[in-house]
Design a protein around this ligand. Sequence first.
Ligand code: M6R
Length: 622
Amino acid sequence: MPVAYVDMCGIVGYVGGQDATEVIVEGLRRLEYRGYDSAGVAVIASDGVQSRKRAGKLANLEKALAESPLPETTVGIGHTRWATHGAPNDVNAHPHLSEDGRLAVIHNGIIENFAELRDQLSSGGVRFLSETDTEVAAHLLAVELRDSADLTEAMQRTCQQLRGAFTLVAASADDPDTLVGARRNSPLVVGLGEGETFLASDVSAFIAHTRSAMELGQDQVITITRDGVEITDFEGGPAKGEQFEVTWDASAAEKGGYDLFMLKEIAEQPKAVADTLLGRISEDNQLVLDGLTISDAELREIDKIVVAACGTAYHAGLVAKYAIEHWTRIPVEVELASEFRYRDPILNRQTLVVAISQSGETMDTLMAVRHAREQGSRVLSICNTQGSTIPRESDAALYTYAGPEIAVASTKAFLTQLVATQLFGMYLAQVRGNFFGDEIRGLVSDLASMPNKIDLVLDTMDPVRELARGLKDARSVLFLGRHVGYPVALEGALKLKELAYMHAEGFPAGELKHGPIALIEDGLPVICVMPSPKGRSVLHEKMISNLQEIRARGAFTIVIAEEGDEGVVPYANEIITVPAVPTLMQPLVTTVPLQVFACELATAKGHDVDQPRNLAKSVTVE
Ligand code: M6R
């Protein structure tokens, strides 16, 4: 039985005046975060298509290219792959070639009817070399090209026969100045340079060359030459892309002197938060959410909010629930996007679905968006990536301005998601009259002070790093929190799992006594996110009780507490202090030490922090 391969990969195509291999490998380097199971490149040379591909990280391909360089040409395609099934080996790496070797194809997504098409092509005599679904597209395209002799038309006909999610880019030796791409349910953006044109999974691949970009719509085919593009639908009818300017530059996608992207991205958090606030707070401290294309009248009609997101973005949604419900009194449900549409959720026109996604391409979240809209709900997406699918398919989008997040572990995007959801919650309260003007002004100025507070946290991280190094051989770490500290505990545990490959769990501290306390044993590190002690808070007192319970059972307690919180001293083996901020904004400061902790511990274990095993940055399969 053939093995199904699933890709959520990085794609680059180039037609221009520079050496194609160089431009493509540079683009792949910026896209490697999308998948690093194998990489490959193909160029159109005078004697046909030539390619190199290697299993493993891009460095393996670079070595192969150094040993056996490709001819210098100006047209080519490249791919970096993430596979979920089967061995990621040289043969299954992209590009895949037609039998005559004159056509090369790269692909991102899943061709759902690949087995059927493969049988059909095999019975027609086609010999398959790999186990991938992509090779089906390469052979099918070759068959169609024989019939039509036009690469664009052949691509249109091929796409009409494919089911599932796919971005395809093809290069043909018979059409050496052109590339043809197509997309359905999978990303493809165009870079429009001076005498050069790019196709890529996201803009970071070509940002060093041009900031002028175009997003393609669903079910479109694009033909690029060095001077321009032509777009059609799958039937060959005329179609249009949407042009936009990328707001960040190439240096934002570089390590900028840091050893790791993750370190750089942690350090960028004050700026990311400030940028996300920029232009959204008027001089008299009122909220202005330009681009929110849901009218105030519609916002007044909403009687329920459902947040749908995955992973870290889901944790941002959990924090948002506390803030939005508190400020607006509208009930907020938070759903893992992968579960959402399978449980027949109750949705209608009065329900606002808020989809949170850094990449804007997460398939689970996209499917939740589509389901919500089919049920008549309005969808607002909170997203960090211009030109991506989720905001394009939503009724309105609120962008975060974290800049490119390259490390697989999300950090600065999370903090900006917290800010964006809070801005939205405040705006909703403003529109619905839940707030008096001075209340808004107070909250807004609290938010505006957060970049400074985050800066203060970053300045005091040395003891956290030392602590992390000391715990590198721990078998397990627990994280406890209450109220907004609970999602922070979940986020701390997720960071440790994905980077240090270590057992880590986040619990609501009050739930411990209902089971998880049995996990506590002598010396077990437990990180506790303390609520503020201000006003003799009940939550703070309860958390102190939980600390006592675990200390009594031998836990090694690491407490993240507000500066001046003397109450925790008797129960903490280690204290990490953070500045005092309003309760609902605490996750903006308490998450930072947990990011630093996971990053340092994983580094001490010798792990690849930016590209942890088995993961990819955007998960474009369900
Ligand atoms: O791009 P998205 O925000 O939709 O991604 C969602 C998750 O896949 C992502 O947050 C993931 O959990 C991160 N690797 C966590 O660090």
